[in-house]
Design a protein around this ligand. Structure first.
Ligand SMILES: [Ca+2]
Length: 111
């Protein structure tokens, strides 16, 4: 009897966990950020973690600094830009202190 209860509890717990995970994956997928714009560190590849994180925690809008031909991945938490995605090279531009850097250089190289 005890074993059956343990099995039922385990099945219920695993089902709930899978349901929550599926729900968050669907929410990440439904985010308007294009899949190829979810490279949050501009390293040229999009990991599953980046894809998932971008889908849940970031939004998509025109570049807030007015850069023409660029869209922006911004934090839903504070509204600050994270990555600029531009038509011209460099396509992916990290944002530091609310400004896009060129060639994804660290913010210290700007000053
Ligand atoms: Ca990346």
């Amino acid at each position: 009897m005890r074993r059956r209860i343990l099995i039922v509890v385990t099945v219920v717990f695993v089902s709930l966990a899978l349901g929550v995970f599926a729900y968050t994956v669907k929410a990440a997928r439904d985010n308007p950020i294009p899949n190829d714009a979810r490279d949050l560190d501009c390293d040229g590849s999009i990991s599953a973690f980046e894809w998932y994180t971008a889908g849940l925690n970031y939004g998509w809008r025109g570049a807030s600094d007015g850069t023409l031909g660029c869209m922006e991945v911004f934090s839903l938490k504070d509204g600050l830009p994270a990555v600029g995605v531009c038509q011209q090279s460099p396509r992916c531009r990290l944002a530091r202190q609310a400004r896009f850097t060129l060639n994804c250089l660290p913010s210290t190289s700007l000053h």
